[in-house]
Design a protein around this ligand. Structure first.
Ligand SMILES: [Zn+2]
Length: 461
């Protein structure tokens, strides 16, 4: 019967990059793929406060492609609102989530406290979306599933993870939803990267939900290290401070890896590199334990002086007091700190203290979502609102793309091209321009049907 057709509802990352959430309904069950937070534009962030469009208690299962907050960050809220069932992801993802979700809860609490103290929130009192405690609660629901193993997670819904080459633990999902084969791409990594292994080939399917973060853009093919050296070298020579906002797990590892290589070859001076993130040290440890997923040499990772993801003169800054002390230290030095889009966290404090000095450099190394301070800087804005006040940025601003954990347009097309079938593509996880460009390539180069779903649209499979 037609009414029994499974459906898919696009509850996030539909005509936006963030907030990934896709609800699959079959005759007897509901499964949520991804549970990401909306980030960036205020209009998007406000959606995080909307009630979930389904009753969380009615879900049978939640399935996550990877640990990034725009794919996982609403889990604590989902739990808080009544979801008690299992959350499936790969083993490495569970370990990263144990770092990320409590940290996200902490950030939420901090922001609410700060807003209340300074009185700049329009709501009083300002409330966190969820707390550290809520995050801890949801961690108890994590269930691991290894790559390549099938599992029936609900009546009529089976899943299998395949490596997607994006960050540690990331896997695209091959799902059977009431008899329809659906691939949920999550984020797809690049084919030419020093750190992560490449994405697995795409199995046959009826539908593919494909990320379009970089849409039609190809990333500058020039070696990243050359570009890094070009930007950083002169600033350090002048005694300046380089602030690199980077997401604490995938990106920070990559940044440190390249800085280390440059230092090893004597192309960058051995200035202090401060990794101002309580999570980054734990992340190195997790990278060591999941050697098969990346291309780094595990024996080197275990060596204290040769570890490729430790800079030669690296200092891990865990405690908040030490982070505050950093603000008074003179250059030359490099500070790597989260969040990567300057949406919050310690990196915003560093931009606030270092951004006024023209000798310094703010180096953006990842995707900058619409509405974030990072995007504003790339667009040439030099007045940033931080902690309720406007600050003028006189420091140099540069942006490097080759360090993204995302594949560019060519990588995603290459990945799609490994499919022997001609599935229909649902274009998600992109802004208008990127979605349009990706649709064009999918249609013209692969001759696949494609469609870009709207926010909250429900589609019969
Ligand atoms: Zn991601």
């Amino acid at each position: 019967m037609a009414n029994d057709n499974p459906t898919l509802e696009f509850l996030g990352a539909a005509r936006s990059v963030t907030g990934s959430k896709f609800l699959a309904r079959t005759k007897n069950s509901q499964v949520l793929f991804e549970c990401g937070m909306f980030q960036g534009l205020k209009e998007l962030r406000l959606r995080n406060w909307n009630p979930f469009p389904m009753n969380p208690a009615d879900l049978e299962a939640v399935v996550l492609t990877h640990a990034h907050i725009d794919h996982s960050g609403m889990l604590p809220r989902l739990t808080k609102m009544g979801y008690e069932g299992p959350i499936y992801c790969t083993p490495a993802s569970t370990e990263l989530l144990r770092l990320l979700l409590p940290d996200a809860g902490y950030l939420q609490e901090q922001e609410a406290n700060y807003a209340n103290k300074k009185g700049y929130s329009k709501h009083s009192p300002a409330l966190p979306l969820f707390t550290r405690e809520d995050a801890q609660e949801s961690l108890g629901q994590l269930r691991t599933l290894d790559y390549g193993k099938s599992l029936e997670v609900a009546d009529g819904v089976t899943i299998k993870f395949h490596p997607s080459g994006h960050i540690l633990g990331a896997g695209f999902v091959e799902a059977d939803i009431g008899g329809r084969k659906v691939i949920v791409s999550g984020d797809i990594g690049s084919y030419e990267r020093e750190v992560m292994a490449e994405p697995s080939d795409l199995p046959d399917a009826d539908y593919v939900l494909v990320e379009s973060t970089y849409g039609g853009r190809s990333v500058d093919a020039r070696p990243v290290q050359e570009t890094l050296k070009e930007h950083i070298g002169p600033v350090l020579a002048e005694g300046g401070v380089v602030v690199i906002p980077a997401f604490a797990i995938g990106r920070t590892t990559l940044v440190i890896y390249h800085l280390r290589q440059l230092q090893e070859r004597g192309e960058l001076p051995d200035v202090p590199v401060y990794v101002d993130s309580p999570m980054a040290t734990d992340a190195v440890d997790i990278y060591c334990r999941y050697g098969l997923e990346h291309n780094l040499k595990v024996d080197l990772l275990r060596s204290s002086d040769k570890c490729p993801i430790t800079a030669k003169t690296m200092h891990m800054v865990k405690r908040l007091e030490d982070s505050k002390k950093l603000h008074r230290k003179p250059g030359p030095m490099i500070i790597v700190s989260a969040s990567g889009m300057l949406a919050g966290g310690r990196s915003v404090h560093h931009v606030k203290t270092r951004g006024g000095d023209p000798k310094n450099l703010i180096l953006l190394v990842g995707y900058q979502a619409d509405g974030t301070r990072g995007r504003a800087l790339i667009q040439g804005k030099r007045e940033l609102k931080m902690f309720g006040e406007t600050h003028t940025i006189n420091a140099k601003v540069a942006s490097i793309q080759g360090l993204s954990a995302h594949g560019d347009s060519d990588d995603v097309l290459r990945w799609l091209g490994t499919s022997k079938a001609k599935p229909k593509a649902f274009l998600v996880h992109g802004e208008d321009e990127g979605l349009h460009a990706m649709g064009k390539r999918v249609g013209e180069e692969l001759h696949w049907k494609h469609y870009t779903p709207n926010y909250l649209e429900k589609i019969k499979l």
